[in-house]
Design a protein around this ligand. Structure first.
Ligand SMILES: Nc1ncnc2c1ncn2[C@@H]1O[C@H](COP(=O)(O)OP(=O)(O)OP(=O)(O)O)[C@@H](O)[C@H]1O
Ligand SMILES: [Mg+2]
Length: 437
């Protein structure tokens, strides 16, 4: 045990460490108090044990346990065993933090074992600021930026925006997860996991049926949501996620994975549970540390499945055509967002802006843009994506627009707009996160 000179006797008391060190750190790291669950009960082989805290960091989509030790009883192998092999193992919570007045150790439980992820030597437990910075920085490395792409109107470019944003973000080196919540499964088809080629080539009803049956067995988005009703291993969640195949998987350091959908994503298949709309959010917490961005593509309706997307994502993008009816539809989404914001203490439903899709240089477009600025003055209009037939052609070839533009010069300016939009989305989130830090 390291000695810290002049440490008061108080630090021999766990309750004192909990109040003056742990809770002070949580406050400074910006974790809302409603997410602190002290004396967290964990079921263990017929009986139960209590971890000192379960922390739900709703802003960062992270959940972790904290076990507090004291100067008299500091972190030792018995404490490590207890956290790793009992608390994390039985609770299925992915991260756990051990703390005493001298040090912090953070563990991750994955692939059936716990691994030390980070550690910190506390110079002086009465100086909270540097200790809280360490914890905050660690949590920031696990934080996923979650964005739902939603509009109450169909065919406004939601899927086109989702898959192209995913590709551009991955090209910048980010690890991206696309979640397809639409039973039309257009994102899953585009991203190469729904056997689009095989379906196109199926020459008989029997071959077609066989393909459908092969999808019937596959774990996908609804299976992921259903897991939310119970405690489950990370591996169970990961089994529903697949690497994207084909051109949307960039050759660089980033990656795109997909949690796919199919005809099976039916409202009637959602678990019959009053909080079923929060299960996707529960599941995402398990993935903390796996992705930098999560993009959720939605169907053009507002049912319990679409609510799942709003409860799971911190940010929202609304693609809209600059036509009167589409602009009107923006207000529907915003109305729904108010409910989500209220129900989540503003931790979800944060509108990044409206993306003018299929924009044209017409008077009508300009008038509708003016109308939006007038009626919804607080809603940012993001860089527009102009109308271009190349989106349809790129989509037919299942290529991101910027790859398609490499061999079709005329698509270059639309591809450039997609890059600009991606940069703007990243910048906006950077700004929001640095202002809330
Ligand atoms: N900027 C654009 N210019 C021209 N066509 C576009 C543009 N963006 C998308 N499209 C085309 O518009 C059609 C609808 O796009 P998309 O499928 O992305 O819309 P959606 O909102 O996801 O539709 P749904 O409501 O059915 O899910 C597609 O054929 C797509 O190729
Ligand atoms: Mg779509």
């Amino acid at each position: 045990m390291r000695k810290i000179t002049n440490l008061s006797e108080d630090w021999n008391n766990e309750a004192y460490v909990s109040l003056h060190l742990v809770q002070a750190i949580l406050k400074q790291a910006g974790i809302a108090q409603r997410g602190w669950h002290p004396e967290f009960k964990i079921k263990e082989a017929g009986s139960h044990v209590f971890a000192d805290f379960r922390i739900e960091d709703i802003d960062r989509h992270i959940e972790f346990l904290i076990e507090v030790k004291s100067a008299k009883n500091p972190i030792d192998n018995a404490a490590r065993f207890q956290l790793q092999s009992r608390y994390l193992f039985h609770s299925k919570i992915r991260y756990g933090l051990l703390i005493d007045p001298f040090s912090i150790e953070i563990y991750e439980f994955a692939h059936g074992a716990a691994h030390l992820k980070a550690q910190y030597a506390i110079a002086d437990p009465t100086q909270i600021q540097p200790i809280a910075s360490f914890v905050k920085n660690f949590l920031d490395t696990l934080t996923m930026r979650t964005i739902t792409i939603n509009a109450s109107k169909g065919s406004v470019g939601k899927t086109t925006l989702t898959v192209n944003l995913a590709y551009e973000l991955a090209k910048q080196g980010h690890r991206v997860l696309v979640i397809d919540l639409d039973d039309q499964a257009n994102a899953s088809l585009t991203l190469g996991v729904n056997k689009a080629e095989e379906f196109a080539q199926a020459s008989s009803m029997a071959a077609y049926r066989e393909l459908l049956e092969s999808l019937a067995e596959r774990k996908e988005v609804l299976d992921f949501i259903k897991i939310g009703s119970r405690d489950a291993d990370l591996a169970e969640y990961r089994a529903c996620i697949y690497p994207v195949t084909g051109a949307f998987q960039p050759q660089s350091t980033g990656k795109v994975d997909i949690l796919p959908s199919s005809y099976k994503t039916k409202l009637t298949s959602l678990p019959d549970n009053p909080v079923a709309h929060k299960f996707l959010d529960y599941g995402l917490k398990k993935l903390a540390g796996d992705y930098d961005y999560v993009l959720i593509d939605t169907a053009p309706s507002f049912n319990k499945i679409a609510w799942s997307a709003h409860y799971a994502a911190k940010y929202i993008l609304i693609p809209s055509q600059m036509e009167y009816l589409s602009a009107f539809g923006i207000q529907n989404v915003i109305q729904n967002l108010h409910d989500v914001q209220q129900d989540t203490d503003n931790r979800r439903g944060n509108l990044l802006g409206v993306v003018p899709m299929m924009a044209e240089n017409t008077n009508l477009n300009k008038r509708v843009a003016e109308y939006i600025r007038e009626v919804l003055p607080t809603i940012p209009l993001l860089p527009k994506i102009r109308s271009s037939t190349y989106f349809g052609q790129a989509s037919f070839e299942r290529l991101p627009l910027s790859l398609y533009a490499l061999s079709h010069n005329q698509a270059a300016s639309a591809a450039q707009q997609m890059v600009e939009l991606t940069n703007e989305v990243v910048k906006l989130i950077d700004q929001k996160e640095s202002s809330s830090a």
